[in-house]
Write a protein that binds this ligand. Structure first.
Ligand SMILES: Cc1cc2nc3c(=O)[nH]c(=O)nc-3n(C[C@H](O)[C@H](O)[C@H](O)COP(=O)(O)OP(=O)(O)OC[C@H]3O[C@@H](n4cnc5c(N)ncnc54)[C@H](O)[C@@H]3O)c2cc1C
Length: 495
């Protein structure tokens, strides 16, 4: 199953000659998905003396609809070995803070509770300080027949995976579970939603085929579990707040007021499908209506819930036609961002923008700005505009900004920075640090959209050039901006 398949009709792929798992035959759907989603990160062989297959959970923090776990389970069954699921959390990721740590740890507690009932062996290691032992996963890999991990382009995961692959001797396979339609089908960078939409939407029904997951055949022996040289966190008993307080991370970014975990995500999904979904097209455009969209992005970002589960629930609730507007965001726009981050290594910089944007930025680089703000002023919501400040306060207080306001928030910074490069840096820094759904492909897709990515040239204006402009003043005519302002400008920043 080496490498990725490309622009082929994967629905008509012949079955691979050798089944991944001979004892429990999979249907063609599962085999094709695994073939498309799995990438051999190195060329090392499987270790014949491996004691288990290791699934290193990095971005897909769930047991359901998890293609890396499916791949690892089948590999374990094929080799007649048990499966060990390992998740770790370090203090060294960019912007490591209480908000992100807390969301990950509370979900991990739920995973630990559920693992046993699902017949899975799951462990979590919290590295509290930078100089604590940092090679747990290397030691685990040294005893594994092969290591399977998540393939994810952002949040430092691609880089961490590449460094790990260069260090270990055994085989490493990375499997993509972020997209509903396998990202490997689209080998080139897509230009716009309109180029990707017909392709992903054409595959959607088939890609939503459900799979019955089963635990690995061979249980991990107790003796092996206890012999592993790891300092596991006892998630069911420990005091998570105390553990987070002990970590060498930024404690000035507090946990967001959003319950973490699959149970909370499913409750939110259920409420959305029963309620707003039918009126999503209109209600999503009203920022003062906090319930107007699914608000699932943090759960989707951390992989606590799969986009496939969300799409299935939406279609079951109202039918495909009535869910189409929502599916366009969940599938087309979300997977456009994934395609962008996978196919364009410069996704965090202006270099990722099309030529017409560079031309217009050059022309308008010296235009006088209405105002210029430092990153610190932006962070503290100290701009002249109350509507922008309200959006920044929503971000700091909750970890998200309403979709419509997120566009105004990003577009305004473009015009309030000394250079376009500063604007991009400031937006990425604010979003990565404060957003619970930040550091996601959709983060960089969304921010780059503010600079003209996926868009076309519009009429010429100062500073904007031909980039689509959005005026905070005009927002007051489009929605109840005053209500949104009242809601969030009352919120203390605590900074
Ligand atoms: C400047 C800027 C920054 C952004 N940063 C992020 C970010 O950090 N993380 C993030 O997930 N999204 C980001 N987006 C995209 C979008 O604003 C959010 O996904 C959406 O507001 C999340 O709210 P929701 O879950 O209620 O979305 P819903 O409207 O309920 O949509 C369902 C899901 O579809 C996906 N989605 C919706 N809109 C988009 C979009 N325009 N692009 C890509 N995916 C989309 C999300 O996963 C979302 O949860 C950003 C957009 C902009 C303009």
């Amino acid at each position: 199953m080496p490498g990725r398949l490309s622009h082929i009709d994967w629905l008509s792929l012949p079955l691979p000659a050798q089944s991944i798992m001979p004892h429990r035959p999979d249907n063609a759907f599962v085999r094709d998905q695994l073939a498309l989603r799995a990438r051999h990160v190195n060329s090392a062989p499987e270790r014949t003396d491996g004691a288990y297959v290791l699934y290193w959970m990095q971005s897909t923090h769930r047991f359901e609809d998890n293609w890396a776990l499916r791949y690892a389970t089948r590999a374990a069954d094929r080799l007649g070995l048990p499966l060990l699921i390992h998740q770790g959390l370090d203090p060294t990721y960019e912007h490591a803070n209480d908000r992100i740590h807390s969301f990950i740890l509370h979900n991990a507690r739920e995973l630990a509770t559920r693992a046993e009932s699902l017949g899975l062996h799951y462990q979590f290691v919290l590295r509290r300080r930078r100089d604590d032992d940092r090679r747990t996963v290397d030691r685990l890999a040294a005893r594994a027949a092969l290591v399977v991990t998540d393939d994810f382009p952002t949040a430092g995961i691609a880089e961490r995976t590449a460094r790990f692959a260069a260090r270990i001797e055994g085989r490493l396979v990375a499997v993509e579970s972020h997209a509903i339609v396998p990202a490997a089908l689209f080998v080139k960078e897509e230009w716009a939603a309109r180029t990707l939409r017909p392709k992903v939407m054409g595959h959607l029904d088939h890609a939503l085929t459900s799979v019955d997951d089963a635990p690995p055949r061979v249980a991990l022996p107790d003796a092996l579990w206890h012999s592993l040289d790891v300092d596991r966190l006892d998630l069911t008993r420990c005091d998570l707040s105390a553990e987070i307080a002990r970590c060498e991370i930024d404690h000035s970014v507090p946990p967001a007021p959003l319950p973490s975990g699959r149970r909370a995500a499913l409750a939110r999904l259920d409420a959305f499908c029963r309620g707003v979904l039918r009126d999503y097209d209109t209600r999503r455009s009203e920022p003062a209506d906090a319930e107007g969209s699914s608000r699932l992005s943090p759960y989707l970002h951390f992989g606590q819930l799969s986009a496939a589960a969300v799409a299935r629930a939406a279609i079951d609730a109202v039918g495909r036609a009535a869910a189409e507007r929502f599916l366009d965001e969940l599938v087309t726009w979300r997977e456009l961002s994934l395609n962008f981050c996978l196919r364009n290594a410069r996704f965090r910089t202006l270099d990722a923008l099309p030529d017409w944007v560079h031309r217009t930025m050059r022309t308008h680089a010296a235009d006088p700005r209405e105002a210029t703000y430092s990153l610190e002023q932006l962070e503290r919501a100290e701009t002249h505009h109350p509507l922008w400040n309200a959006a920044q306060r929503e971000l700091v207080a909750t970890g998200v900004i309403h979709n419509v306001m997120r566009m105004y928030w990003g577009k305004s910074v473009l015009t309030w920075s000394a250079s376009y490069a500063d604007a991009m840096r400031h937006l990425i820094a604010l979003n990565d640090k404060w957003a619970l759904d930040g550091r996601d492909p959709s983060s960089y897709g969304g921010i780059q959209w503010c600079f003209g990515k996926f868009d076309r040239p519009w009429g010429e204006r100062p500073v904007w050039g031909t980039i689509r402009s959005m005026s905070l003043e005009r927002a007051y005519k489009k929605f109840d901006a005053a209500a949104y302002e009242r809601r969030w400008n009352g919120e203390s920043l605590g900074l």
